[in-house]
Design a protein around this ligand. Structure first.
Ligand code: ADP
Ligand code: MG
Ligand code: MG
Ligand code: MG
Length: 413
């Protein structure tokens, strides 16, 4: 239980070990003998239990001292639960209702007890199944804009923001996974890489492209050294849970302070991979569903811009772009906001292209492509995705908007 040395929970030990946690008992029921425990973790890193009882259900998420996907040969610090907990509380403050409510945190046990989302399922599964989610783009565009803006010195008092940067700078090993698996491994023959047979010529082309690798390293440099805002850090369609009309963001253990455009860039990449994988998953409704995915990308980005501009006008209380430089002198700050947004999109489209590469070339592929059993079907779809990723990295600074990105996707499809 609480206060004792870390020990991984099991389905069998959980009721006895957590019986004294009132945040749990008060929601599930006071008799731990009546609790049912199911382990549902489908992620790469942690244990996730649903605990059910006569009064309700909660999620118990516990970090393991190693990477679950690989095993105890790859140790990973338990303190990531501490950063996930602090990320969840900040996201809840910056975009109320967007993340599961946290009921309890136990640092020694690396354990978070939180709201059980139901009947939500992982968005990636819905995209593979061809399902629609109403309000998805509006939710995601607002989440990305609010967390980006409200976690930056456009809004936060500088001392508070700097203290937060210092706090999250302690999360070393998890961002290191991103630095390696996302930004580096796809571009050389790294040990844990894997790829679908048949992609070799495309991979050779990417690795021979020095200009591309320079742009990727520039994006990595910004990722590691630019602390503009608190990023979720792992905002893919497996970190979003949805019903047909309600969505939430989960799993922010990759949190760090980083570029304003990081999350929305990674997110758009995952919609683009859903788009390119669809020919293997759909029948007659292929074209319609693919267009729906592109509309989610375009709408997410336009909601992001609108929300960001709104916050720019109404909540610009930080040290950056102070009112006195603009409105107080009768001047318009719109050109300044335009310039900030242009940098956000430049960063976002580069990250987008890089994420499209790493999910096909590095460790931790995504189910959109991985669920395509026939490699002769999968390889050409992944090839389109890889080539479009390279185009995004090259043209990140000059792309007009998300609609231009959608047009590019249609060209590569
Ligand atoms: P990991 O960090 O290991 O990737 P996640 O936080 O992504 O763990 O959770 C793994 C799985 O557990 C999710 O894919 C989802 O199916 C389930 N899950 C996690 N959090 C919740 C929640 N709050 N409500 C319902 N299911 C959840
Ligand atoms: Mg996860
Ligand atoms: Mg699930
Ligand atoms: Mg995770």
């Amino acid at each position: 239980g609480a206060g004792t040395a870390y020990e991984a929970l099991t389905v069998e030990t959980l009721p006895e070990r957590l019986r004294g946690v009132s945040a749990l008992a008060s929601r599930v029921g006071n008799d731990p003998g009546a609790w049912q425990v199911e382990e549902v973790g489908d992620g790469n890193l942690n244990l996730v239990f649903i605990v059910s009882g006569p009064s309700g259900k909660v999620i118990v998420k516990q970090a393991l001292p190693y990477v679950r996907l690989v095993g105890d040969s790859w140790p990973l610090p338990l303190y990531r639960a501490y950063f996930e907990y602090h990320a969840l509380t900040r996201q809840a403050a910056r975009d109320p209702g967007a993340v599961p409510t946290v009921y309890h945190f136990d640092e020694a046990q690396a354990l978070i007890i939180m709201e059980y989302l139901s009947p939500h399922v992982i968005l990636r599964r819905k995209l593979i199944a061809g399902e629609h989610v109403a309000g998805l783009a509006a939710f995601l565009g607002r989440f990305c804009a609010r967390t980006a803006f409200r976690g930056s010195e456009l809004s936060m008092p500088s001392p508070e923001k700097k203290a937060d940067v210092a706090l999250f700078a302690g999360n070393v090993e998890i961002p290191a996974i991103t630095e390696a698996l996302v930004f580096t491994d796809p571009y050389f023959d790294a040990e844990m890489n894997s790829h679908t047979e048949g992609l070799e010529p495309v991979i050779a082309r990417l690795r021979a492209d020095v200009g591309l690798k320079v742009k990727v390293q520039q994006a990595l440099q910004r990722f590691v050294s630019n602390t503009e805002t608190m990023v979720h850090g792992d905002l893919h369609s497996g970190s979003i849970m949805s019903t047909d009309s309600d969505s939430r963001v989960i799993d922010p253990e990759f949190v760090q302070y980083g570029p304003l455009g990081f999350d929305i860039g990674m997110l758009c990449a995952n919609f683009l991979m859903a788009y390119f994988s669809q020919p293997a998953h759909r029948g007659e409704d292929l074209a319609t569903y693919q267009e729906w995915i592109l509309s989610v990308i375009a709408d997410t980005c336009s909601v992001f811009e609108a929300e960001f501009r709104d916050l720019w006008r109404s909540e610009r209380t930080g040290i950056l772009y102070p009112q006195t430089l603009f409105e107080d002198q009768g001047q318009d700050s719109t050109p300044a906001c335009d310039a900030v947004l242009a940098e956000i999109w430049r960063d976002a489209w580069a990250v987008c292209g890089i994420e499209m590469h790493r999910r096909c070339l590095s460790l931790a592929h995504n189910a959109d492509f991985e669920d395509i059993a026939d490699v002769r079907v999968r390889a050409p779809l992944e090839a389109r995705n890889l080539l479009m990723g390279a185009e995004l990295i090259h043209s990140a600074a000059t792309l007009a908007d998300a609609k231009a990105v959608c047009a590019l996707a249609r060209d590569f499809n």
